[in-house]
Write a protein that binds this ligand. Sequence first.
Ligand code: ADP
Length: 648
Amino acid sequence: MTERSCTHAVQNHEMEQKQFQAESKRLLDMMIHSIYTHKEIFLRELISNASDAIDKLYFRSLTDDSVGMNKSDFGIQIAIDKEARTLTITDNGVGMTKEQLEEHLGTIANSGSLQFKKENHLSEDNQIIGQFGVGFYSAFMVAKRVSVKSKAFGETQAYIWQSEGVEGYTIDACDKDTVGTEITLELLEDVEGDADGNGAENYSEFLDQYRIQRLVKRYSDYIRFPITMDMTKSRKKEDSDEYEDYIEKTTLNSMIPLWRKNKNEITEEEYNDFYRDKCGDYSEPLCHMHVRNEGTITYDALLYIPSHTPFNYYSKDYEKGLQLYANGVLIMDRCEDLLPDYFSFVKGLVDSEDLSLNISREMLQHDSQLRMIGRSIERTIKNELKRLMKNDREKYEKFYQSFGLQLKYGIYQDYGMHKDLLQDLLLFPSSHENGKLTSLQEYIDRMPEGQDAIYYAAGESIARIELLPQTEQVRDKGYEILYFTENVDEFAIRMMQNYQEKSFKSVLDSSLDLESDAEKKELEEKQNTSKDMLEAVQKVLAGKVGSVKLSGRLKSHPVCLSSEGELSMEMAKTLNAMPGTEGEKLKANTVLEINPNHAIYQTLMDMQQSGSEKLDDYAKLLYDQALLIAGMPVEDPVAFSNRICALM
Ligand code: ADP
């Protein structure tokens, strides 16, 4: 022991029990009182951590001779001590320094757990645990006391972290010869339960070597380092009928990575278990893609689409990426370059024999092999999504509810560069079947003869859009309308401009042009005779609307608002709601359309002709009404209300 570590040891002895950080304490408490039925998963978690730690040291050993180990030296051992009721898991990975023990085991510091802390999403709901991965703390589902002895690579002093649960933990210096970590669980006492066996808990099962063997096989078979255990076996004595016990060091796992196995040898359950272990999501994935690519570049990939949106998915905290292996060695935990943003929801890994091992991270970023793999993976994902859409629509729609928004952002991004790749994956609610989702292709296939555009209407909700007066005329013509209820919809579609040579048209656009020639002629004549009235109204509404005209499309409604030009009202609303736009507000070029067949038209004409002062109030009221119908706020609600009262 060096002088420095001696003083450390003395200090540590005087050290009091430390408190867990509040959120860790709550998670721990949940673990201890967990009604989680699969308590056995603690073993998978601890083995997975051990394997990660070995991965780190093994990777280092490839470029750093001071590690002094070969691949075959690495491994995980499990030991059972029935008398002491302990289970010990030992690895010779990188180990943890005192600070790391404190940071990693005293606080929830890592991966999903960090956001967990930020969002404070704790609840009784077990699903929540699922979203973050239970990790190390799961040991407390089966143990009353957990000790972690660890010596970090490059350090001379080892430390022991000990805890009996929520009360806190201690860290002391200790003796440990080799680098790595040794975790000992002192198992809880069995619980008998009531007469019917309710509430019974059997923890002793984890002291049964065969049970442990089965658990390793089931959950950790693919771990690429040997997991060994001294198993007591029985054999017949030579020249005798008697049996004797002997101990045999047994390797419990096959060590073949799941992605290197043949697809037909892997069960759905194995795929799902692997996902839960590797991707930190405890619910089942929606689907998986297992591909082996042989060509200019050879790689295996195992990719998953989650069955729900990660809680931080649409925030800047979300980090995309796939694990990257070079010939079975993990070289990067999250390689962002392998996934385009619009497919950032995909999780999984890529393993390629063609990648060099000592490739540095910076080099990776520019590696052309990597880019090739990325492009090929992009195609795989797209094809899988197309296949789902075609063969399992229900599943696809489930996917789309979670991640459809991301695809639309993808279309909008980079000036529409990816539209060809993504447009066939889009779905929108439509008027065809009460808001049921439809693809653009399906829309086109249903188009009646004579329809030459794809019609859409943007608004807050389907119900709101269906009430818009402008949709009436389009529906009467027998044309289907796509409902755009998400802010990004209209922006994405403008970026696409058209689909299969059909342009997109907003039914809220003033130049929809659906009237017959005769209708147009009649309207034009009426427009001329109403010129003075329209001008008078326009004057009252100067600065609010760009123009006032008679409408050829309104049936029962007196007025409506439409827009002219590139910027629609919904788009302006979205843009103005964005942060940093508090100054000058964008304004769509709006048109107030008046229904010439409505009684109000004649009233306005009469007022204008008799020079009535009321025309002023009427014009303003009609404008406010049009705003309300369009789902926009009236500019001055008090004035609006006063005007109505005055009329009443
Ligand atoms: P996660 O594995 O999701 O990060 P855990 O709670 O399981 O969360 O573990 C927290 C951290 O503790 C790990 O990220 C790792 O840094 C460290 N750790 C746990 N077990 C070991 C181990 N056997 N060897 C080295 N470090 C470990």
